[in-house]
Design a protein. Structure first.
Length: 166
């Protein structure tokens, strides 16, 4: 069940998405609320999972990871242990920054960052293709990333716009 969000929650989340290092007092002023209320709301949003982490977003190219690859992985079998074992295996690979379970002709879509094509080739041959159950891997290399954002546009979930709790 999703967390009930009101207009104040949305304004607080919007401010945090601009810069998570913004002091609570500044956010409170920006959203026209008190520091105590904003602090409590941030704590509740964090405890309930709406705020998953407070991180720095890095530019992958600037930190030496110049190649972004989307790998579609088809599994040869779908036993009760095969899919969870695959997920555990790719979690252990620092090159894999996202893993999506899909419906359709492939089972997983991986977003992978590597320094160069040689590193990706080695990753496929030495790690990905050796995971139990992997039948096919189809790779697409990203040439550019004209749209990139981590910003979400949450919607209020309270029909009467009452506070989500202080």
């Amino acid at each position: 069940m999703s967390l009930k969000l009101d207009a104040l929650d949305i304004r607080i989340l919007d401010a945090l998405q601009d810069d998570v290092t913004t002091p609570i007092a500044e956010i409170a002023e920006r959203v026209a609320s008190s520091k105590t209320v904003v602090w409590r709301r941030v704590q509740r949003l964090t405890e309930r999972g709406a705020i998953r982490a407070r991180v720095a977003l890095l530019d992958h190219r600037e930190v030496g990871l110049g190649i972004m690859v989307f790998a579609s992985v088809k599994m040869g079998r779908h036993g009760v242990d095969v899919l969870p074992q695959f997920i555990d295996a790719v979690r252990a690979c620092p090159q894999v920054i996202e893993c999506h379970t899909l419906m359709g002709p492939v089972d997983f879509l991986l977003k992978i960052l590597v320094a160069d094509i040689n590193e990706y080739e080695n990753f496929v041959w030495q790690k990905l293709s050796r995971i139990d159950g992997v039948q096919e891997v189809h790779s697409s290399i990203s040439m550019s990333q004209p749209v990139y954002t981590t910003r979400l546009a949450p919607r209020p979930t309270n029909s009467d716009d009452t506070p989500g709790g202080d």
